[in-house]
Design a protein around this ligand. Structure first.
Ligand code: ADP
Length: 736
């Protein structure tokens, strides 16, 4: 699965967000908890202050009623002595300095005395006539609503208490206190800036308020608050003030007068710390995240540049150039840069070593090629130079045989001929090897019957095998193969020859096996086998397992070398399986062919050309020995022979004789011009295409091509009388 990729900038942005966002959230959470407890403390403070203020108000009212009680208990009061009571009242008012006056009212609400006036002075009716009636009715102390004092003209409240005469409430004694006294009480609470405080009586009238009292004092509190007061003694509620400011209010209702003290904190103040902290955290968080992102952007830019730098260095390394990583100050990237430099140094040293190895290999190959070339040149030269004398030796030996008599002489002659045959065989094999090495042999591929080829080779060795007491078995091969008929036969001959040579008893078998588009031709024997350590080396030139004395009769050590070369040339893999003492199996894998095989014509038997009338041969060779040898053998076959050591001499002699030769034999390499030219000149002279045979010691492909182009036979020296006879019979056959 392909992994999606993201730039370093994205990763760093993510990293910065992953670290800063939780931090900001945590800070927010902690701040929230802190402001929460701050608010809780504020709330507690609010409630405590409300209690304290309520106590203070309670104490004041209590104080006023205590003065009244004391006044009501005096003898003058109890005795109905109103003047005495008045004088007491004037004195006792000083005990309640915040009170405006003490008045005595009768049941109708008329003022009987007022400490603000002399006793007996005319007094207006009380501003609170109902109050006196209620006091006398209930016989209990009462707190009035707010009223405007009839004498003082101040916003006032009063505490009224019945004065008993003979156990019956007869008058109502009042302490009148300006409401601003309660305001002062509230002020004395030293409430924090912005806080509200108010006193509300049982009727829900606002008796006092610390802020803008003139707007609310004497009026009813809000309906919502009054409703709450009707239900509860104390509590904390969220309720707007009379002027509409949202407040968190704490209130306490104090018996016996049910005066409620309320303290409220405007919501804005109550929530302010939380809002401020949260705003701070929010702004700080945004700043932190922004800073993180900016840093990430800056750093990713730098990192991207640095990484691009090493990437470029690596790419340079890939192109084989020297990397130039910049020093970035980031350790890992710098390490990478150094590693690239090291890799470059290592590569260069490897390159240098490889170049040196390559040069050494090229030198070695050149040397080997040179050596191989000089070997080939040497072989070519040696075989050419050896062939000339060998050629004449063989021809003379052949001629000599017809002249010698006596068993001993014939015996010696036989040995001489065997020696010459062996020498020729060696030269032929060397020639084959050098031609194969020089790459001058071009296989002529065709489809043909493997059976015919196998049978022919088998038949050639049957006699030799039987002479050794071996059975030579040729199994039926009915496949068509694609190969070079002559070269494949050569390979198979070499294998069969070895099988027969290295088997003393038992069977030599030639068989075929079709296998994956190929036909394996198997040569199996029950001979001495090959020790495993030699198996890979038998294909080398002159490697023989057990012939240290190099007995010629045990082979030359070139057979398998030729097989290996032919195997490569034809692309026919060869294999060997062998066990010392048990036998060997060699195989050649030949590609299967497709066309039905044509039967191969059997080779002409070696027949000495019949001596016929007027058989006339021209022989041209600059080597007089060869010339003499060829003349001797041709004459023994009944030919009239004209010899020449050059083309000119031959033309000259023929022109003189006026006769037309039946065959021209010419050495290829002549002093002036080649054998081909010689034959062509003689043909020109006679005006007919007389059959020509080129004799050569050369190993190169040029001669073969030249001969083929001019319809000439090419015979490599040393030519045996048998080979010569075959060619001559072929020629006469075509002419007859
Ligand atoms: P040679 O002329 O010696 O046979 P070859 O190149 O044909 O040269 O073979 C090389 C060597 O391989 C032989 O000398 C022989 O030791 C071994 N060899 C080849 N064929 C056989 C075989 N069929 N059985 C046993 N040994 C063999």
């Amino acid at each position: 699965m392909a992994r999606s990729t993201a730039g370093v900038r994205t990763w760093l942005f993510l990293l910065s967000l992953l670290t800063s966002v939780p931090l900001v959230l945590f800070a927010g959470f902690v701040t929230y908890r802190l402001t929460e407890s701050e608010r809780a403390a504020t709330l507690t403070n609010l409630v405590q202050r409300t209690d304290a203020a309520a106590n203070a108000v309670q104490q004041h009212i209590q104080g006023w009623s205590t003065v009244l009680m004391a006044l009501g208990q005096t003898d003058e009061a109890l005795g109905g002595n109103l003047q005495g009571m008045y004088e007491h009242a004037v004195r006792m008012r000083t005990l309640a300095p915040d009170a405006a006056s003490i008045t005595l009212l009768d049941r109708t609400g008329a003022q009987l005395f007022n400490t603000l006036r002399p006793f007996g002075a005319d007094l207006p009716p009380s501003a609170q006539p109902d109050m006196a009636a209620r006091v006398l009715e209930t016989g209990e102390t009462q707190l009035s609503d707010v009223f405007r004092g009839a004498v003082t003209d101040l916003m006032t409240i009063s505490v009224g208490m019945p004065v008993l005469r003979e156990g019956v409430p007869a008058y109502s004694l009042h302490m009148n206190v300006p409401v601003k006294v309660l305001n002062a009480v509230l002020d004395a609470q030293n409430l924090p800036e912005g806080w509200y405080a108010a006193v509300v009586n049982r009727q829900g009238t606002v008796l006092s308020r610390n802020r803008a009292p003139e707007t609310v004092v004497g009026r009813k509190a809000t309906a919502a608050f009054r409703e709450i007061l009707a239900r509860s003694q104390r509590g904390v509620v969220d309720l707007p003030s009379e002027d509409g400011t949202p407040l968190k209010r704490a209130f306490v209702k104090m018996p016996p007068w049910d005066v409620t003290v309320m303290i409220g904190v405007p919501e804005t103040i109550y929530w302010a710390p939380f809002r401020q902290s949260m705003a701070l955290v929010g702004a700080g968080g945004v700043a932190l995240v922004t800073l993180g992102l900016l840093l990430a952007a800056w750093f990713s830019g730098r990192l991207a540049r640095d990484v691009a730098g090493v990437s470029a260095a690596a790419a340079a390394l890939g192109r084989g150039e020297a990397p130039r990583p910049a020093v970035t100050g980031i350790r890992q990237i710098d390490d990478l840069g150094r590693a690239l430099l090291d890799a470059h140094a290592l590569l260069r040293s490897h390159d240098a070593a490889r170049d040196a190895e390559h040069r050494a290999a090229v030198d070695a190959r050149l040397q080997a090629e040179e050596a191989s070339l000089s070997k080939s040149k040497f072989l070519a030269a040696a075989s050419h130079d050896l062939r000339q004398p060998l050629q004449s030796l063989m021809l003379f030996a052949s001629v000599l045989r017809t002249h010698i008599q006596g068993a001993r002489a014939l015996h010696a002659m036989t040995h001489l001929e065997r020696g010459l045959d062996a020498l020729k065989e060696l030269l032929d094999s060397l020639l084959d090897v050098s031609r194969l090495d020089a790459g001058t042999i071009e296989p002529a591929l065709e489809d043909f019957s493997a059976g015919t080829l196998v049978d022919t080779v088998g038949a050639a060795y049957k006699g030799i095998a039987e002479a050794k007491g071996l059975a030579l078995e040729v199994r039926l091969c009915d496949a068509v193969v694609r190969s070079d008929r002559t070269l494949l036969a050569r390979m198979l001959r070499n294998l069969v020859e070895n099988a027969v040579r290295y088997t003393e008893a038992g069977t030599v078998r030639i068989a075929c096996q079709a296998e994956g588009g190929r036909l394996r031709i198997l040569v199996t024997d029950t001979g001495i086998g090959i020790p495993s350590e030699h198996l890979s080396r038998i294909w080398e030139e002159f490697h023989q397992v057990a012939n240290s004395e190099r007995d010629r009769n045990q082979g030359l050590g070139l057979g398998l070398a030729i097989v290996r070369r032919l195997s490569r040339l034809l692309d026919h893999p060869v294999e060997v399986r062998s066990e010392a003492g048990k036998g060997s199996e060699f195989s050649i894998a030949v590609p299967l062919g497709s066309i039905a095989a044509e039967p191969v014509g059997t080779e002409d038997p070696y027949t000495v050309p019949r001596p016929g009338p007027h058989r006339f041969a021209v022989v041209v060779d600059d080597d007089t020995m060869v010339l003499l040898g060829l003349t001797a053998i041709l004459e023994s076959w009944g030919y009239t022979v004209v010899t020449a050591t050059s083309a000119e001499a031959a033309v000259e002699r023929l022109a003189g004789s006026g006769e037309r030769p039946d065959i021209i034999l010419s050495d290829y390499r002549l002093p002036h011009g080649s054998g081909t030219q010689t034959i062509l000149r003689i043909r020109d002279l006679c005006g007919v295409a007389i059959p020509g045979i080129l004799l050569t010691g050369e190993t190169g492909p040029e001669v073969a091509r030249e001969a083929a182009a001019n319809g000439l036979h090419l015979v490599h020296k040393p030519v045996t009388p048998r080979q010569l006879a075959e060619v001559l019979s072929g020629e006469s056959g075509t002419r007859d």
